[in-house]
Each structure stands twice: as structure tokens, then as C-alpha cells.
Design a protein around this ligand. Structure first.
Ligand code: AMP
Length: 204
């Protein structure tokens, strides 16, 4: 199945994507993860992306679309994939239409007012990428793999606010875009992690 997971920053895309990809046995492709890996390894793409990521802005479409196009050509995407964090604007959605044809777009619907607190309190495992929140996680060790938890550099309040603005201006219009194509399914993202996953399974 060829899927896109749509939703605001902090809506739970990463958390659900790991579960959905495992359930459907398809690769999980997160453009944010790809950029962070490039940043860590100080590649040309990473250096180009850094200034945008630090400000909570979108990395230019040419860079992002090329990365996705190359990734979708890899052998493991033959029977499907789950895109998380791409597309993020109309130009990217149109570029994606040229690369492939999607089966479904799952939109994680959340109250935007809840997101700043979710993001600034988020801690992520440096090994497996699992997310936690400081309100429920009191130590810095991942329950799943024992990795160390860290705060993403772009989860600070200033950057979070700009990421949420970018979402409203550029990404939210994609809901209508995919609704018009008849492939959008909405899922209530304000439920617990397990409930959201159950709802996603039902609509797939
Ligand atoms: P994420 O991990 O999805 O929250 O992405 C972190 C940051 O990576 C974003 O704030 C952007 O700066 C950049 N990024 C990720 N995906 C995209 C995309 N599809 N287009 C442009 N920039 C992106």
C-alpha cells in the first residue's frame, strides 16, 4: 500500500508511522529523519537543510523532492511505502503525483492548541526514534531499546511556533487537495497512541 501520513508537527505522525509500517510491512520514509541523519553526518544535503530546520522553515522543494524521488526508487518501496512529513506543501504534492500514485492519505486530526506543549515537552530516543513526553517519562532512558533520550533542537518554543505557522499556511491545504482526489481518511489524533493506531487500522 502506498500511503501518506498527514498531520501537524506533534500530531503523532512519527509514533504512528513506526507502528503502521511494521503492521503493513512497508518502509517508513520520514523526510525529517533523512534530514537529521544528513545533518549528523554533515553531508552537503545536511548542511543545506540546517538553516531551514533551525528556523522551523521548509527545506527548499528541489532538495526535498529529489531525496524522496530517489528513495521511492529503492527496491524496498516496490510493494508500497509510508511517507511521513512529505508532502508538506502543494508543490511537493504535485511532484509526488508525478512520482507515484497513492492509495490513501491518513490525516491525523488534532487540536492545534495542544501541539506546542506536546512538542516542547517531547524527548526522542537517539537509537530507535521512539518519542516520549516529559509529563509521563521521568528518566532519560528509552523503554524500548535502552537508548538515550534527547530534545530535538527544533522542539524549542520559538522554532515550534514557526513550524506550526508553516503547517497552517502550507501543509493544511493538502487536506482539501487529497479530499478532492477522494483518497483522504481522517483519524482523531487526540486519542491515546493505541486508540489512534486502532482507528488507523480500521480505515486502511
Ligand atoms: P519533522 O521531523 O517532520 O518535524 O521535520 C523536521 C524539519 O525538517 C522540518 O521543520 C523542516 O525544516 C524539514 N522537513 C522535513 N520534511 C520536509 C519537507 N517535506 N519539506 C521541507 N522541509 C522538510
Amino acid at each position: 500500500m502506498k500511503l501518506v501520513l498527514l498531520g501537524a508537527p506533534g500530531a503523532g505522525k512519527g509514533t504512528q508511522a513506526v507502528r503502521i509500517a511494521e503492521y503493513l510491512k512497508i518502509p517508513h520514509i520520514s523526510t525529517g529523519d533523512i534530514f537529521r541523519k544528513n545533518l549528523k553526518e554533515e553531508t552537503a544535503v545536511g548542511l543545506k537543510a540546517k538553516a531551514y530546520i533551525d528556523k522551523g522553515q521548509l527545506v527548499p522543494d528541489e532538495v526535498t523532492c529529489e531525496i524522496v524521488e530517489l528513495r521511492l526508487k529503492e527496491a524496498d518501496c516496490k510493494n508500497g511505502f509510508l511517507l511521513d512529513g512529505f508532502p508538506r506543501n502543494l508543490q511537493q504534492a504535485k511532484a509526488l503525483d508525478k512520482m507515484t500514485s497513492l492509495d490513501k492519505v491518513v490525516n491525523l486530526d488534532v487540536d492545534l492548541k495542544a501541539l506546542a506543549g506536546r512538542l516542547t515537552g517531547r524527548r526522542v530516543c537517539d537509537k530507535c526514534g521512539e518519542s516520549y513526553h516529559i509529563s509521563t517519562k521521568k528518566d532519560e532512558v528509552c523503554d524500548k531499546c535502552g537508548g538515550k533520550l534527547y530534545q530535538r533542537a527544533d522542539d524549542t518554543l520559538e522554532t515550534v511556533n514557526s513550524r506550526l505557522e508553516v503547517y497552517s499556511a502550507s501543509t493544511a491545504p493538502l487536506i482539501e487537495y487529497y479530499k478532492d482526489k477522494g483518497i483522504l481518511v481522517d483519524v482523531d489524533g487526540m486519542q491515546s497512541i493505541e486508540q489512534v493506531f486502532e482507528s488507523v487500522k480500521k480505515v486502511l
